[in-house]
Design a protein around this ligand. Structure first.
Ligand code: GLA
Length: 382
């Protein structure tokens, strides 16, 4: 992919010009802490070895010229304007716009993009593109920018330019990931600690449901709105509470004027806080069984209380439970996407074919299994 990415740039935008530089950024998983990163909660993501690669160089025509190998499309513009016919290009344009807003000088550039992060699989292909773009532009236009700021620029691009009101988790882990480690991130303060989870005789793997519902982004924004309105109600009684996640786990939810929907959302958030603490303690004491149980409980909560799952992912998690996987849950925004599985090494081989077959029979869809390694965050390629 690396050799080819340079060639893609040369083929599409010519061989003469400034020196070419290449970069890569990873996909991510999240072990626990789902739908809490816009509520000041703790998340436990890790970068994984699927990646987006870009080659880029400055140009002297003052334009942004992009080529996507996945879409086999070129997109060009004089300045960042939302492009309805090349949706993928907006992640790049959004980053340029946010960098300019922050006072960085960005001139014209050419960029070729390739990668193997399955799109719509809940593995953050969009955050990877935002972060790699920001990292590449800092190198091309020679300005200093911290990894934390890169993550914030990526999130702002997604919030303001793309219109998806995501939290900070995805961009943060893509920018700051480290090989074999996950990050426990406080999304309120951005304090982080790196952890090496001891899986004992277990492993993680992923199953892509290959479902992407079209309402994904709007439903995501709705959930965020519901949590914001719940927080307003909390603040009328408890003005010191800054984030929904700060509510003590034993709070009596009937003391607020929540709607039925709001109660469910808040129950998810409080349950997730509890499960995150339990999971961290379980891994620390080598109790992988209890950690796995937390994953199943999180899935159940995302499905019943936060209502971001779907029949297909519920079915896959149900089958994994039946087949004695130690834990499993949907990850990321939801409404399809991928399942993270925690399983005894060796069990995957026993159950993979049967799960694929049953899933195909029921939904006429393929379930794709992936193994992965925990990898480094964004970096420059030599
Ligand atoms: C998406 C968003 C993240 C986070 C997850 C859910 O991946 O981009 O910010 O909210 O959903 O935890």
């Amino acid at each position: 992919m690396i050799l080819n990415i340079k060639n893609l740039l040369l083929e599409n935008f010519g061989t003469s010009g400034e020196p070419i530089q290449s970069f890569r950024a990873p996909a991510r998983i999240n072990v626990i802490g789902e739908h809490v990163d816009y509520l000041g909660g703790y998340v436990l993501p890790a970068a994984i070895d699927f990646q987006v690669c870009v080659s880029a160089r400055k140009n002297s025509i003052g334009k942004i010229q992009l080529y996507s190998e996945q879409y086999k499309e070129v997109a060009t513009t004089d300045k960042p304007i939302y492009d309805k016919s090349h949706l993928w290009a907006n992640y790049v344009y959004g980053v340029v716009e946010e960098l300019i807003k922050n006072g960085f000088e960005i001139g014209g550039f050419d960029m070729a993009i390739d990668g193997n992060i399955p799109q719509g699989a809940g593995l953050s292909s969009s955050a990877a593109l935002e972060v790699v773009t920001c990292f590449a532009l800092a190198s091309l236009f020679q300005f200093e920018i911290s990894r934390e700021k890169i993550a914030l620029i990526g999130q702002a691009a997604e919030n303001n330019f793309v219109g998806m009101k995501c939290g900070i988790m995805d961009q943060y882990i893509v920018a700051n990931g480290k090989k074999n480690q996950c990050i426990l991130l406080n999304t309120d303060t951005l304090e982080k600690t790196y952890h090496n989870l001891d899986l004992k005789d277990h492993e993680f793997y992923l199953i892509n449901s290959n479902v992407k519902h079209s309402l994904q982004d709007s439903e995501y924004n709705n959930r965020r709105g519901e949590c914001e309105s719940a927080l307003k109600k909390v603040k009328t009684n408890l003005p010191r509470i800054k984030n929904l996640y700060d509510l003590p786990i034993d709070t009596n939810l009937n003391s607020f004027s929540f709607s039925g929907v709001e109660i469910k959302r808040v129950q998810h958030v409080m349950g997730e806080k509890d499960r995150t603490n339990i999971l961290l303690k379980s891994f620390a004491s080598g109790d992988v069984f209890t950690a796995g149980k937390c994953l199943y409980e999180t899935h159940d909560s995302l499905s019943r209380l936060f209502e971001v799952s779907c029949d297909e992912t519920d079915f896959l998690v149900g089958m994994l439970k039946e087949k004695n996987a130690s834990g499993a849950r949907m990850i990321g925004g939801g409404f399809g996407g991928s399942i993270l599985v925690l399983d005894k090494i060796g069990n995957r081989q026993n159950i993979e074919e049967e799960i694929k077959k049953s899933y195909k029979e029921k939904f006429n869809l393929n379930a794709t299994f992936y193994g992965f390694q925990i990898s480094d965050g964004v970096s420059k390629l030599q």
